[in-house]
Structures are given as C-alpha cells and as structure tokens.
Design a protein around this ligand. Structure first.
Ligand SMILES: O=C(CO)[C@H](O)[C@H](O)COP(=O)(O)O
Length: 262
C-alpha cells in the first residue's frame, strides 16, 4: 500500500495496534475478520516474527486464515483450540453497553462461535462505529439457501410486531449472484433503522427455521478499543467504563503496510 492512509484507516490501525498489548505468550487467540481485524492480524504477525511471541490463532474466516498464515501466525481450528483466551475482532456498530452489530464482512457465524468460546472478547473500532441505538447499520442474518425467500418473508412478517423503524430485508449480493458465506449460506441484511430491544430481536430471529445466526452480539464483548484519526485511543471496559485514553504514534512501517488486503 502506498500513500497516506485515510483518517478512518489510521483510526482502525491505532485501535488494532493497542489491542495486541493484551496478547500474551501461549495464548490461543480468536482472530476476527474485516479491515480492522486485518490490521490486528498484521500487528500480531509482527510480534510473532520480530519479538518471538508464541501464540496460536483461530481465524474466523478463510480470509483471515490466509492472512494469518501469510504473516507467520500458527493457525489452528477452533476444535483443536477447544477454548480461547481472547478474541479480537472488529464491529459495524457498538453501543454504550458494548453490544454489537457484526457481519458486514459476512463472517458473523464463525465470529460469534469464536467470540463465545473465548474468556474475553475485545472489539477494535474507529470512533464512527459508536451509536446510541443499534440498527442504523443493516443487521446481517445468515440463512440457509433452501427456502431463503420464504425465510425472508417470515422475517419481514415478524418485524411487524417488533420495535423497529424499517422492515426491509435484502439478499446480500456478490455481483450478480447471492453472496455465499464460508458455511455455504446466504445473508439477509435487515434495514431496521433502530432496534428498540436488541436482546429480544437476537432471540426471536434465531428461533426462526432457516435462520442460522444473526449479527447481534449481545453481552459478549468485554472491551472496546476505539481509535481516532489523530492517533487517540480510548479503551472502554464493560465493568469500568472508559479506563484509558492516550495517543499512539502513527508510524507507517513497510512490513505492515506493504501488501495489506481488504
Ligand atoms: O463483522 C465483521 C465481518 O463479518 C467486521 O468485523 C465488521 O464488518 C467491521 O469491519 P471493518 O473492520 O472492515 O470495518
């Protein structure tokens, strides 16, 4: 990658850079998916290569697995790991209770399995992801391809009785074809505007036949590390509120920025 990074990319980078301070020798680490998580994987790779950090990574997508291997992180499956010490991942939205919408990158199913099987989940995000109420970002719902139109109709009917502003569910596309997840499923993006009761929404969606998982991550995240374009980093802990604010120097290292994907 050449040239100056945008303020959003700098914000993502500094959040990612700070998050790897939580990683210790011997840990089994869940590796999220998306552009912010990709920065984190690269920062971890640097620690593995240059500082001899010994970790095993459990990727939450084939994309992340490929990147982790490329940067020198030992990759194991979640079943090999059995349980994880820490998962670090991005998010599309987070609220004041550190509840999240995830799945903008289409990896919500593996991401939720990996985060749920971890002692701790840290989310890394730029400040633009903070919201008062979840729902402005379309809520991704992973559905099986069989009968997806029927599932969509049932979801839209269900939404009539829910506290939301919008009710449209669109099939995520990849060019002219439906987007297909790592598990071979489709994604419906629910344009809700505002979700009045995200706990209830997460529960009722998952009770519907055809729905595999939804992108609401309720009571899973412990810490959000928020990056700003000027290098400021805030750390919000679910138990302690904002615990730390400082600034990271932004240094474009050739190793980290040369061939970044996403
Ligand atoms: O949930 C995700 C992928 O399924 C991502 O974490 C989320 O979409 C944020 O992505 P980015 O860091 O690129 O903004």
């Amino acid at each position: 990658m050449s040239g100056e990074l945008s303020p959003i990319d700098k914000a993502k980078f500094v959040a990612a850079k700070r998050s790897v301070d939580y990683v210790e020798d011997g840990m089994r680490v869940g590796l999220g998916t998306g552009s912010t998580a990709a920065w984190m994987v690269r920062c971890l790779g640097e620690l593995v290569r240059d500082d001899g950090l010994k970790i095993r990574g459990v990727p939450s997508s084939t994309r992340t697995a490929e990147l982790a291997r490329d940067v020198g992180i030992e990759v194991i499956s979640i079943d090999e790991a059995k349980w994880l010490d820490l998962t670090i991942d991005g998010a599309d939205e987070f609220d004041g209770n550190l509840n999240l919408i995830k799945g903008g990158g289409g990896a919500l199913l593996q991401e939720k399995i990996v985060a749920t099987a971890s002692d701790q989940m840290i989310v890394i995000a730029d400040i633009g992801k903070e919201v008062e109420h979840l729902g402005a970002f379309p809520l991704p719902v992973e559905v099986i391809p069989f009968g997806w139109q029927t599932t969509r109709a049932l979801i839209e009917e269900l939404l009539v009785s829910m506290d939301v502003l919008g009710r449209d569910a669109s099939l995520r596309m990849n060019g002219r074809h439906p987007y297909v997840t790592d598990e071979g499923n489709y994604i419906l993006d629910l344009h809700l505007g505002r979700i009045g009761d995200p706990h209830q929404m997460a529960m009722v969606l998952n009770q519907m036949p055809g729905v595999v998982e939804n992108g609401l991550f309720m009571d899973i995240c412990d810490i959000v590390i928020i990056g700003h374009g000027n290098g400021k980093v805030e750390t919000r802990d679910i138990n302690e509120g904002t615990v730390e604010e400082d600034r990271l120097d932004f240094v474009e290292s050739d190793n980290l920025f040369s061939d970044l994907q996403d």
